[in-house]
Design a protein around this ligand. Structure first.
Ligand SMILES: NC(=O)C1=CN([C@@H]2O[C@H](COP(=O)(O)OP(=O)(O)OC[C@H]3O[C@@H](n4cnc5c(N)ncnc54)[C@H](O)[C@@H]3O)[C@@H](O)[C@H]2O)[C@@H](O)CC1
Ligand SMILES: Nc1ncnc2c1ncn2[C@@H]1O[C@H](COP(=O)(O)OP(=O)(O)O)[C@@H](O)[C@H]1O
Ligand SMILES: [K+]
Length: 515
């Protein structure tokens, strides 16, 4: 699913209005009707108090139009207009008049007005600012926003939580509505998925207001949201006459004294994601550990007992996943450096391989094109330097990816895969995965996919999706706290099977069936 910018949404608006020969107020009416239908379906006329806080732009206009529909259906409504500017939008005014026609008189709130009482059982509709926010709200509007946040009432935001910018980081974190639910028009916004701003959104849903499909189809976006539909197009079915050679040979290079578990996890994950063959390259100390815990996997050893000192591969793997558990000792840095200088095979780099690259940036030029780097936030900071906010981080990663012709997997709650100027935002995974070794599993999954012939970008995107989905399936039986990296591996199978599960059909009750 594409994630459109505010500029693109405004453009879609204009094009739709022109093509359909409708007024902008008709588009607002469509939006308001969708909002109303969504609420009405869930509330079924319940006499709960609904407080609608509306700005003076089109987001406020949506709120005012929604209020009219709610009033027409007998809901218990209180409307407040947050008068933060003299410049009221045309469609806001049209809808304000329509509301007044129903003899509903909003409370016009200015800077020194008292804040209304809101019960914790009430519902708040947040229509103060939408995608038109272009500077931080004034202090008194921040107070209103704080009042809503402190009320404990359920907050339903129209389009975007008020106070969040659509395409830049927040200036004032106190000035953002904490939404329980966002009904976002036509597209979710990128900020819903970034660590600094995603926490303001508990749940979201898209309302299709019928913006011009042609424009939406041909418009390229900087970000895409990755769900099942997107990865299904990447999936490579197993061939009837395929053999283990068809599905590639993954080599996992890693480990040091006390950190052999990471290699076990990566190697096993490569196998479970479908790699035809898997070999691990480890210090001698790892030989017995790997051979006895993973019978399907072959093992090669370094000359040294406890750490990697000389990466000397005598096999021809399809792809190499390198870095888990290797540490950053002088000998290992040397070994990795000389390996990178001669290696031409596709790479997935993780953990200390990334830290070694950060300390020896000249090595980056030795990475084969389309190498996949999988940093967690700390490793990323070592690679690209500190960032000001999430948008600055994304801009820096894009620059890095372009310069070094590599793919960067920014791990997090919503992992973002970046190649060149484009980002792919993952939707699977859960906080149970914040546990030791879950990154090692991801390295193995991506390496295993690459071995099977998935192009680098697909391997990264699909791998992150499968890894998160495995976590989502696992958490149903483990709970968040007891989820471990091994559970992720055990559920890679479930994640694959889930790709082809049909959504459950609603059960038709007998008396409703046609006779
Ligand atoms: N995009 C669409 O397809 C549609 C959009 N609609 C609504 O229109 C919204 C956008 O409306 P607007 O462009 O009118 O913008 P907003 O309603 O988000 O903001 C109102 C206006 O306030 C001003 N402003 C921005 N930041 C301010 C600040 N900190 N203090 C004071 N004033 C500030 C700006 O001039 C802005 O245009 C969307 O979020 C959505 O809710 C709907 O009406 C239906 C169609
Ligand atoms: N809150 C979360 N929600 C979803 N996924 C998460 C969350 N926390 C961590 N993860 C995922 O778990 C993995 C953690 O990787 P990493 O930090 O490298 O772990 P380790 O070094 O222990 O292997 C990443 O793939 C990350 O996206
Ligand atoms: K809003």
């Amino acid at each position: 699913m594409k994630l459109y910018s505010a500029k693109q949404i405004y453009k879609a608006d204009q094009i739709s209005i022109k093509k359909e020969e409708i007024g902008s107020n008709e588009l607002m009416e469509r939006a308001a009707l969708q909002l109303f239908n969504w609420m009405h379906l869930r509330m079924q006329g319940a006499p709960v108090k609904i407080h609608l806080f509306c700005g003076i732009g089109n987001n406020g206009g949506d709120g005012i139009a929604l209020a009219r529909h709610l009033v027409d259906h007998g809901y218990n409504v209180e409307v407040y207009v947050i008068n933060y500017s003299e410049k009221r939008s045309k469609d806001f005014l049209i809808n304000l008049d329509r509301l007044k026609d129903r003899k509903v008189w909003p409370h016009f709130m200015n800077s020194d007005d008292e804040l209304p009482e809101i019960g914790r059982e009430d519902i708040i509709v947040d229509g103060i600012f939408g995608i038109g926010l272009n500077r931080s709200p004034d202090a008194w509007v921040v107070k209103v926003i704080q009042h809503l946040n402190n009320s404990q009432a359920f907050i339903l935001s129209i389009d975007i939580p008020s106070g969040l910018f659509t395409d830049q980081g927040p200036e004032d974190f106190e000035a953002i509505v904490k939404s329980n639910f966002v009904l976002s028009f036509q597209t979710p916004k990128l900020v819903f998925f970034l660590p600094e701003t995603g926490k303001y959104i508990e749940q979201w849903e898209v309302l299709d207001i019928g913006l011009d499909p042609e424009y939406l189809r041909v418009t390229e976006t900087d970000y895409e949201l990755i769900g099942k539909n997107e990865v299904l197009t990447m999936y490579k079915p197993r061939e009837k006459y395929g053999h283990k050679g068809t599905y590639g040979h993954s080599l996992i290079i890693g480990g040091s004294y006390g950190k052999m578990g990471s290699v076990c996890l990566s190697s096993k994950a490569a196998l479970y994601s479908g790699s035809g063959l898997v070999t691990s390259y480890v210090p001698k100390i790892g030989y017995n550990i790997l051979q006895s815990s993973l019978p399907e996997i072959m093992v090669l050893t370094d000359a040294d007992e406890n750490e990697l000192t000389d990466i000397n591969i005598e096999i021809e793997p399809t792809v190499i996943g390198v870095g888990v558990g290797i540490g950053t000792s002088e000998a290992t840095v040397k070994a990795l450096s000389s390996f990178l200088k001669t290696n031409k095979l596709p790479l997935v780099l993780d953990a200390d391989a990334l830290n070694i690259l950060s300390l020896n940036k000249e090595l980056l030029k030795n990475l084969p094109e389309d190498s996949i780097l999988t940093p967690h936030p700390k490793e990323l900071e070592r690679l690209i330097g500190k960032w000001e906010d999430d948008f600055d981080k994304l801009a820096k990663v894009k620059k890095f990816s372009k310069k070094h012709k590599c793919i960067v997997v920014i791990k997090g709650a919503h992992t973002i895969i970046v190649q060149n100027g484009k980002g792919y935002v993952n939707t699977t995974g859960n906080p149970g995965m914040a546990t030791a070794g879950s990154g090692d599993v991801l390295t193995g999954v991506i390496t295993g996919l690459r071995a099977q012939g998935y192009p680098a970008l697909d391997a990264a995107i699909f791998g992150v999706y499968l890894h998160g989905r495995a976590g989502d399936i696992a958490v149903e039986s483990t709970g968040f706290q007891s989820l471990t990296a091994s559970h992720l591996i055990d559920n890679i199978a479930g994640a694959y099977l889930d790709l082809f599960k049909m959504p459950e059909q609603p059960v038709v009750e007998e008396e409703n069936q046609p006779s």
